[in-house]
Unconditional design. Structure first.
Length: 517
């Protein structure tokens, strides 16, 4: 399972709204979302992500009041009005109507070609949809409104005309005549926190990622060049990451100009979590649109560096004891002394370097102070490793949602989970010398009693030692019809004392877990 798929949520020049779109290069991002755009910070973050080693990104475009263009086709004395699917002033659509291949007696039918082009008057076609033998009659199976319901270019706006649209004509020598969309698209205004948060029921904003493949890192770049993402949006994003076994990559605030600002800012910040990571300071990079060096948030470059590190190191060791070193073209906005680096690290803030330091490296940390964090989850590699295990087991065992609630299913769940943890053990992911010190898996009658089976649940308990042999972090996976979820649980350490943990844990502990759920 990938360990560094990064999701980005923010404003773009063009492209689908509230849909997670997978891209694997900045060139592909430019094709889908229009590339760099001065009012938006997300394109710059995506560019820096791929420049610093990122491989796969999920892009969710959000907007504030953006409108799509409209397209009007004459239909006798009436009109057929279409509205673009994607909003913005850079959405250039055109349509063509013909009656080719349609019998002269079939006066209800027509053919429709929809195209998205690179620019007005351009013959560079970016997308095209062809609909043959279409009708405007409401009782026809090929009624236009029904067919365009699944279009990625345009939908019918308002009522259909009583007769089919006229054949497209123009005065040029082109073989095919087109009608261009009107110049009435709108890019919308500056984003606010509500645009980022969106709506869970409608899958808008952050919640558009519900329809995506799994992601490991989430970046929400600044709302504008002058405005940070607010605490409300960051807290919702953090909660969303917790629910999806991902980490939030947080930009340092604009007000943190020096290490002293950062130290004072973290001390009074309510936003700290083992499921977030921050690197200070902000970055200086060439802005190709403005032709000069500009300041940017660090989240895109940081996510790219983590992805690059994962290609050289396994996720449980990625970056341990190494500095986050920027690729050429990016440099920290301010220099950080060794004393400042250590002070920031104690507060859970990592530092960015453009060259390697001669001093001993500081292991990357999650965004929590040393005095408040769980010992294991202070370390970024350990936390990312844990999230990788939890996400892999949860996703890999979802087949149990519809499986029989019987002992053979329990046995298969257990053997599958053991095989996965064994493979990690063989690769050196755990510190212990034996499986007994590194992990345990339980899925039997103790967890799946009559009450659980009657409620159509299957429960799986497993644990692993993240850093120290025999010190387990335990998780309970619950499979029900149509859903699977995982939560951390506590096991009785006094019950760990024999040959294998699953042979030693008392039935009462299992019963308590079932009742607690």
């Amino acid at each position: 399972m990938p360990t560094a798929v990064t999701a980005f949520v923010g404003r773009c020049l063009r492209g689908p709204l509230h849909q997670p779109v997978r891209v694997q290069s900045f060139d592909e991002f430019q094709q889908r979302f229009g590339g760099l755009w001065q009012p938006a910070t997300l394109p710059y973050a995506v560019e820096q992500y791929f420049e610093n080693g990122g491989r796969v990104a999920l892009i969710v475009r959000v907007a504030n009041g953006a409108r799509p263009p409209t397209l009007t086709l004459p239909a006798g004395a009436q009109q057929l009005r279409l509205t673009g699917v994607n909003a913005g002033t850079r959405e250039y659509l055109r349509a063509s109507v013909d009656y080719d291949g349609i019998d002269a007696r079939d006066t209800d039918y027509f053919n429709l070609v929809l195209q998205r082009v690179r620019a007005p008057g351009s013959e560079q076609i970016e997308d095209q949809e062809i609909y043959r033998r279409v009708s405007v009659r409401p009782d026809n199976a090929r009624q236009l409104q029904r067919l365009l319901a699944g279009s990625q270019l345009a939908h019918v706006d308002g009522a259909l005309p009583e007769q089919r649209p006229d054949r497209s004509q123009n005065g040029s020598s082109a073989l095919v005549a087109y009608v261009n969309s009107a110049n009435d698209g709108d890019d919308g205004g500056e984003l606010c926190d509500y645009d980022i948060v969106g709506n869970a029921e409608q899958r808008r904003g952050l919640f558009a990622l519900d329809g995506a493949e799994h992601f490991n890192l989430l970046c929400v770049p600044p709302l504008t060049r002058e405005h940070d993402v607010g605490a409300a949006a960051l807290l919702v994003a953090l909660r969303y990451c917790r629910q999806h076994q991902a980490m939030l990559v947080v930009d340092p605030p604009l007000a943190w100009h020096t290490a002293a600002d950062a130290i004072a800012g973290v001390a009074g910040s309510p936003f700290q979590s083992e499921d977030a990571v921050m690197y200070f300071p902000r970055l200086l990079a060439a802005d190709r649109l403005r032709g000069r060096q500009e300041s940017f948030g660090s989240c895109g470059a940081v996510a790219g560096m983590l992805a690059r590190s994962d290609e050289s190191w396994p996720v449980w060791a990625a970056g341990e004891g190494e500095e986050a070193q920027l690729r050429p073209g990016l440099r920290p906005q301010v220099r950080i002394t060794e004393a400042e680096r250590k002070s920031l690290a104690q507060l859970g803030v990592n530092t960015l370097q453009s060259v390697r330091s001669v001093a001993r490296g500081v292991s990357p940390h999650t965004f929590v102070p040393e005095t408040h964090a769980h010992t294991d989850w202070r370390f970024l590699a350990a936390r990312r490793f844990a999230l990788h295990i939890v996400a892999s087991i949860e996703r890999g065992t979802r087949w149990a949602q519809t499986a029989p609630r019987t002992p053979p299913t329990w046995n298969l769940l257990r053997s599958q989970t053991v095989a996965f943890l064994e493979s990690l053990d063989r690769d050196g992911a755990f510190a212990g010398r034996s499986a007994e010190e590194n992990y345990f898996v339980i899925c039997d009658h103790r967890l799946n009693e009559v009450s659980a089976t009657a409620s159509a649940r299957i429960q799986l308990l497993y644990g692993f030692a993240a850093l120290r042999p025999g010190e387990f972090h335990a998780f309970l996976v619950v499979h029900e019809a149509g859903q699977t979820h995982t939560r951390a649980v506590s096991v009785n350490r006094l019950a760990i004392g024999g040959r294998r943990l699953e042979d030693e844990i008392e039935t009462g502990i299992m019963r308590a877990l079932v009742q607690e759920h």
